[in-house]
Design a binder for this molecule. Sequence first.
Ligand SMILES: [Zn+2]
Length: 102
Amino acid sequence: MKIIETESMFDREMGDIKVLPSHHLDLEGYGGLAFECGCKHAHSVSGRDGAQPLLTSPPVKILYRCPNGYLTFVHIKGLFRQTAVTLFSGKEEVAGGMFDAF
Ligand SMILES: [Zn+2]
């Protein structure tokens, strides 16, 4: 997992990402799958334990905001056996308020 510490690092990571609204994916379908977060906890991909999906990107990548104030970008891999790979994570401040209205 890459740790994002500054706004410019976050902008660079997000720069190449094709963004879709979070309802583009049915996250409930991922059941008990969890991802590793920058806050050192694991959160449910489904969002049931409080991690909020902010946006998605093809094929199956999701940016979450967790209850501990971290933004984490997760890639869900696999068709029959899925794994959630955390690509990067950082404190919410690195987004410079971009998701305050979400
Ligand atoms: Zn977290």
